[in-house]
Design a binder for this molecule. Structure first.
Ligand code: CMC
Length: 427
């Protein structure tokens, strides 16, 4: 293959290097385009734009392949723990037993929150959406650990921030929930693992012993792994662009949480369950609902993906897990049948087939979260807990590569130069 791409502009030919990734993905490096031609590219929604080179996650949307650092998602979801996968995403390799143990111990030492953070929780109305609380409190961590603001901090200091954030996010999530319910806050328990501790802080009470359900632990472990990274999606790109300005890890991840909250991104998991509940409550048939989707009155939430034009491999795993987990827990949720009917109807309908719309990660995950006892507005928080190691890994990669500040250009379409008009003369 030629090493260059040729672009002809106004009759003049320019050559730009071709970059090929380790899985054969091809890109034209247009880094010098504006300098040499005066042109920029226009790609609204970044459908064709590679913003970075990354060695973290490989995704083939046509084949439905997803790998973290080369390891297939199916194997990781089946065999690994969430902390192992977090280590893999953040540090690049699967940990040895000793490395994992040290990582776990370091995280366990930092799970407490500064007592003054309780006052921040108290300032929120009990109706506050937990995603807003989560991002605010993560942002506020810069006030408690100002060392993280220094862009020239040592590797050890930076790693301490990584560990603190991994350790504290589950506590923040659980406490925001407990506080909104007026329930006593449960302090983390060091004897528990990462997932177990989160469940304990969410559901234990000071008055009673708490028994962990291994089915719930294993289900949550799997879901967190499946959400742990997804290359340059909206929230991850947000984390990277904020990080590229040398903002702290806390600030960058707080921005990522806000991006994730959007209903077209992670917020879709809440939207899916609300859609399914609405279909059930209204008594409308799935066929009628599909017609509404095709008329574009509503979107089928949990369907479609910018990159997957085939089955989202995460959705395949989650669908199977959904059946198993609900059976094992003895939970019957009528919306599971509605979801399956919708999926079936959509997969055989030309509207969805032609547009290559398949169920995505959010289509079945909410049904599992509900079976695990989580309320609807916490679903996206669960996504954020899972995505955290991915955001951290991507932020670190950007910093280690010393990438320049992210600053897209635009094609200006507004007024040309015009003189200021005094207020009395406007009308
Ligand atoms: N229901 C109905 N029609 C859809 C849907 C859907 N869920 N998704 C896409 N379409 C149609 C869309 O109307 C358009 O049709 P047309 O060509 O007639 O204008 C066509 O498919 C292409 O859609 P698009 O919006 O241009 O595609 P996109 O790549 O910009 O959007 C998406 C991707 C995920 C935002 C979109 O599929 C969507 O809104 N899905 C529902 C929300 C959702 O489930 N989001 C979670 C994504 S997975 C978790 C994550 O990583 O964030």
């Amino acid at each position: 293959m030629s090493q260059d791409a040729e672009i002809i502009l106004e009759g003049k030919s320019y050559k730009f290097p071709i970059v090929v990734g380790s899985e054969g993905e091809k890109a034209i490096d247009i880094g010098k385009l504006r300098d040499v031609t005066g042109y920029i590219t226009l790609d609204t929604g970044y459908k064709n734009t590679g913003a970075t080179k990354s060695a973290i996650t490989f995704l083939d949307g046509e084949q439905g392949v997803l790998r973290y650092r080369g390891y297939p998602i199916e194997e990781l979801a089946e065999k690994a723990s969430f902390l192992e996968v977090s280590y893999l995403l953040i540090y690049g390799e699967l940990p040895t037993e000793a490395q994992l143990d040290a990582f776990r111990k370091r995280i366990t030492r930092h799970t407490n929150l500064h007592e003054d953070i309780k006052k921040i929780f108290d300032g929120f109305p009990s109706t506050a959406h937990p995603m807003g609380v989560l991002s605010s409190v993560v942002s506020a961590l810069t006030a408690f650990y100002p060392g993280a603001i220094n862009p020239n901090s040592s590797d050890d200091e930076e790693d301490l921030t990584v560990v603190r954030l991994m350790a504290k996010l589950p506590t923040i999530a659980a406490w925001s929930y407990r506080n909104s319910k007026g329930q006593p806050l449960m302090y983390p328990k060091n004897k528990y693992g990462y997932v177990e501790n989160f469940l304990y802080m969410m559901f234990a009470t000071p008055n009673e012993d708490y028994e962990l359900d291994p089915i719930v632990v294993s289900a949550l472990n799997k879901l967190l792994i499946l959400h742990a990274d997804h290359e340059q999606n909206c929230s991850t790109s947000t984390v990277r662009i904020v990080g590229s300005a040398k903002a702290s890890l806390y600030s960058s991840v707080a921005a990522g949480i806000n991006a994730l909250w959007g209903p077209l991104h992670g917020g879709a998991n809440q939207e899916v369950i609300e859609m399914l509940d609405e279909i059930q409550a209204s008594g409308i048939s799935t066929k009628e609902y599909i017609e509404k989707v095709k008329n574009k009155t509503v979107r089928l939430m949990g369907f479609g993906h910018r990159v997957y034009k085939n089955f989202d491999p995460r959705a395949k795993i989650i669908k199977k897990a959904c059946d198993d987990i609900l059976n094992n827990l003895g939970v019957k949720d009528p919306v599971l049948e509605i979801a399956k009917e919708l999926e079936q109807a959509a997969l055989s309908d030309p509207y969805f087939v032609e547009r290559k719309l398949y169920p995505n990660v959010d289509f079945y995950s909410g049904i599992i979260y509900r079976a695990l006892g989580l309320q609807t507005d916490l679903f996206t928080v669960m996504f954020a807990l899972g995505r955290l190691p991915g955001w951290i890994g991507q932020w670190k990669e950007l910093r280690d590569a010393n990438e320049p500040i992210g600053r897209p250009r635009q094609v200006y379409t507004g007024y040309n130069n015009r003189p200021y008009v005094d207020i009395q003369q406007r009308g």
